[in-house]
Ligand binder design. Structure first.
Ligand code: NAP
Length: 299
């Protein structure tokens, strides 16, 4: 399977589409803002004008879009993917969405005799660019086996988790832990600052202890540099926190820590930091604390 349509060339999608080209696939790309197609076209991709046009000759249709509403628009809308699919194609949604959205997609594609997988990803801008993502997949196992060779150039690992929606559920569960870790890092660094510790020394300790985490290392470093350039935008983390709350409510599952972190994220987004990196949630804690981590000074 070599003919791929890739829709959604944001931070994540552009890296994945590039790696598909590198792997020798024929890739047709579509993005709402057409200028993002240019670097891919320069590398050999074909640019489509609409989602419907993009999927015309594809064997596999892949997309990584901002949120559930955007998936709704691009898949179900006028000139959307479903308007032009044909029997035998396979669609793969790599966006982070609610499992109900994945199941709704699966049912709609099935009516057109198109197979569907939810295959969201862990990892961020760097992992997408270097083919080092961790992919989690829901849908039929035999369909997964068919497309595995296409997912391999994008990823370090691929886990098949069960029927439709299982990949989407796993992604939300993982992101709940990511958000909680960022909150924990922020609270710890602010307390350390108030306690008169050098934040750099604190990160050095956190790097070696038995509760170390790549999140503490990566986001700790950029926090000290006050670099909030997005590789995973805070607005998307709020979207995920809202999806986690919805999933937990539907399943009557207790998530008090996730609920608290959601409030911090909301505050940070309401401060206007939604386009910044997810680590900008720590700025909401700093605001409350009256200190910034790098300088020990009053805000
Ligand atoms: P992004 O850079 O903001 O890209 C979002 C994509 O969605 C762009 O292609 C954007 O098109 C498109 N889009 C937004 N609104 C649209 C609309 N109304 N109609 C059509 N297209 C629209 O986001 P990203 O970081 O790549 O994330 C994409 C998905 O992957 C999200 O679900 C996110 O939660 C998930 N994810 C992100 C990361 C990460 O670290 N960044 C990691 C794992 C999963 P334009 O270019 O026209 O805006």
């Amino acid at each position: 399977m070599k003919r791929i349509a890739y829709l959604g060339l944001g931070i994540m999608g552009s890296g994945m589409a590039t790696n598909l080209l590198k792997a020798g696939c024929q890739v047709t790309v579509w993005n709402r803002s057409p200028e993002s197609c240019k670097p891919l076209v320069e590398k050999g991709a074909t640019q489509a004008q609409t989602p419907a046009q993009a999927v015309e000759n594809a064997e596999v249709i892949m997309y990584c879009l901002a949120n559930d509403n955007v998936v709704e628009e691009v898949v179900f809308g006028q000139d959307g993917i479903l308007a032009n699919v044909r029997s035998g194609q396979i669609a793969i949604d790599m966006s982070t969405v609610h499992p109900d959205t994945s199941r709704r997609e699966a049912a709609a594609y099935a009516e057109k005799h198109v197979e569907f997988l939810d295959a969201p990803v862990f990892g961020s801008k760097n992992e997408s660019a270097t083919g080092g993502l961790w992919i989690v997949v829901g849908g039929k196992r035999d369909v997964f086996e068919q497309v595995k060779p296409i997912l391999e150039p994008l990823s370090e690992t691929i886990h098949y988790l069960g029927d439709s929606g299982k990949g989407a559920s796993m992604k939300l569960i993982g992101n709940s832990i990511v958000a909680t870790q960022i909150e924990a890092l922020g609270e710890a660094m602010i307390l350390a600052t108030k306690a008169g510790l050098n934040p750099k020394d604190v990160l050095d300790v956190l790097h070696v202890v038995d509760f170390r985490s790549p999140i503490f290392d990566g986001m700790g470093k950029t926090l000290l540099e006050r670099d909030f350039t997005p590789s995973f935008a805070l607005k998307h983390m709020l979207k995920d926190a809202n999806l986690i709350a919805r999933l937990a409510q539907d399943l009557n599952s207790p998530t008090p820590a996730a609920a608290l972190v959601r409030e911090t994220i909301k505050t940070a987004v309401n401060q206007g930091w939604g386009e910044e990196n997810a680590s900008a949630l720590i700025k909401a804690l700093e605001l409350e604390a009256g200190v910034t981590v790098e300088s020990h000074s009053k805000l």
